[in-house]
Design a protein around this ligand. Structure first.
Ligand code: XMP
Length: 514
């Protein structure tokens, strides 16, 4: 049995964050559409109702049948969840003057209630509501208020039911983690047994059952997700797994060989395909970023399929899809799962079934599972790298010569970053979310080298800090580091006579230039 908390998603932007927080309590959870509560699942130990962009009074507001779980499991309503419970069970929700956005402070906190054990009076919480709960259900009592809102938290005296108007899952609710721990561990009784080791153990068993003696194919990219996916499968089914790694010619310098070597060190059975000629030919003269992406995506599918077709006994296609990919595409009204950008469109006549062993993991959990499987840090801690590779970092059309220039510049930048130890003892590469170089082939500037005038292209360095690539800030790299990199690139890379550093945040810029 694997205990789980069900999080019913009413469409809030912070639903995923609730999931993250529950996992941080070493407890498994599933985020499901608001009206898809699993009625006969013996593993459920509690239910959380998320916030929503709607008001309970909106005609299109999401509704669920509370009778499916209220009174049967411990339930926690958050924001809209709290309002919905009140609205549906005899309380009242109204649009008043007391709407709150941002920081608020709790008062009259009832520390004798199990939800608020260890809470301080005046604890800062994060609010975001236009409507206010003006009356709570009959069997409930108020367990915390704020300056402006009387019913900031309430609990039933008869059933295991709690509701909070604020968002405990967000960073700015300073004791939010305490509240969620009180609910998940003390109220729901989680044994906190969800860990990377237990995930590996149960997933390997499941994969053995799912796949049996069949052959599985998997597209590797050198990135964390596909590597961890491959190693999980290898542990489960050994050499019934065949991996395919396509080189489109726009990877980092020596990356294809380095990654193939690393994979071979891990004992993976990998077919490496050098298809760079085809990609370069099809990209000739193309300057529009979206067109570049389309051509690369199409060529990738063609090359991958041609290789996959040779593996005639394959029955399964494995993909490194992770949980956030699924939640984003699990629209809360439908259940369509997006196809992976690397292998979309595999020919139907191959009749392959999909196998997605990472589908329950958040990114940092994938890394933890990776370490558990003995994958070296050099593969697990790699910066993200876009599927189309350096093609979207060469502004203008792509030629093998330009790729070579960019690879050389990029190699100096990244290798120096990997060796640079900061004042606090941490390696600079590990402090940065993602870094890369951009070749501005559409710009030329004048320089002087020795006695000669040069007229060449600039390279832009990009480095950002981020947690999820949705927003990012430019990394404040040390000047001494930038000076060293700039000097080396200009001295060693023929074709580049100027180096700039990109100091734009996302938004309004993006991480990639194209
Ligand atoms: P942007 O440039 O949108 O990038 O801020 C966010 C993250 O996505 C990566 N990226 C891509 N990854 N195919 C990919 O597989 C693509 O076409 C693509 N475009 C951007 C980018 O490197 C960053 O990590």
């Amino acid at each position: 049995m694997q205990q789980k908390i069900i999080i019913l998603d009413f469409g809030s932007q912070t639903t995923q964050l609730i999931g993250r927080r529950v996992r941080e309590l070493d407890t498994f959870c599933e985020i499901l559409p608001y009206n898809k509560f699993p009625k006969n699942d013996p593993d459920v130990i509690g239910v959380i109702l998320s916030g929503s962009p709607y008001s309970v009074h909106d005609p299109e507001a999401f509704q669920c049948d509370l009778n499916e779980f209220v009174g049967k499991y411990p339930v926690l309503g958050i924001c809209y969840g709290a309002q919905y419970i009140s609205h549906s069970t005899g309380g009242k929700v109204e649009r008043t003057e007391s709407r709150e956005y941002g920081r608020a402070h709790l008062k009259s906190v009832d520390n004798s209630n199990p939800l608020f054990v260890g809470f301080e009076q005046n604890s800062q919480v994060w609010m975001s509501h236009g409507d206010t709960i003006t009356k709570i259900p009959e069997d409930c009592k108020v367990i915390a208020s704020t300056e402006d809102v009387e019913n900031a938290a309430y609990a039933s005296s008869e059933k295991p039911l709690w509701a909070v108007q604020f968002h405990p899952e967000v960073f700015h609710s300073l004791q939010g983690k305490t509240l969620l721990k009180n609910f998940v561990v003390d109220i729901c009784g989680s044994k906190q047994e969800w860990s990377a080791a237990s995930y590996v153990e149960t997933t390997v068993e499941e994969l053995k059952k799912q796949v049996g003696n069949d052959r599985v194919i998997l597209g590797l990219s050198g990135g964390v997700d596909s590597t961890v996916c491959a190693m999980l499968l290898k542990k489960a089914i050994g050499n019934q797994l065949t991996c395919i790694f396509v080189d489109h010619g726009m990877l980092r310098k020596n990356e294809f060989n380095n990654v193939m070597e690393a994979y071979s060190g891990l004992g993976l059975n990998v077919i490496g395909v050098d298809a760079s000629e085809k990609f370069f030919k099809d990209l000739e003269g193309i300057t529009d970023p979206e067109q570049k992406r389309k051509i690369i995506g199409r060529d990738f599918v063609e090359v991958f399929n041609a290789e996959a077709k040779k593996i005639t006994d394959a029955k399964w296609l494995a993909q490194g899809t992770i949980y956030p990919d699924r939640i984003e595409s699990l629209s809360i009204t439908g259940m369509t799962i997006k196809s992976h950008h690397n292998v979309g469109g595999l020919p139907k006549e191959m009749h392959l079934q999909l196998c997605e062993p990472l589908q329950w993991l958040f990114k940092d959990e994938v890394r933890r599972v990776g370490y558990e499987l003995g994958i070296p840090a050099s593969l697990i801690e790699r910066h993200p790298f876009p599927g189309p590779g350096l093609a979207v970092r060469i502004l203008g059309d792509i030629t093998p010569e330009r790729v070579k220039i960019l690879q050389d510049a990029d190699d100096i930048y990244i290798e120096t970053m990997k060796k640079w130890v900061c004042e606090d003892g941490e390696v600079l590469y590990n402090k940065v979310w993602q870094a890369g170089t951009v070749l501005l082939t559409t710009v030329r500037s004048v320089g002087v080298m020795g006695d000669e005038r040069t007229y060449e292209h600039p390279v832009a360095l990009r480095a950002v800090t981020s947690t999820d690539a949705m927003t990012a800030d430019w990394a404040h790299l040390p000047y001494e580091f930038l000076a060293k990199v700039s000097n080396e690139i200009i001295n060693k890379v023929k074709g580049v006579n100027r180096v700039c550093y990109d100091i734009s945040s996302k938004p309004p810029a993006t991480i990639e230039w194209e």
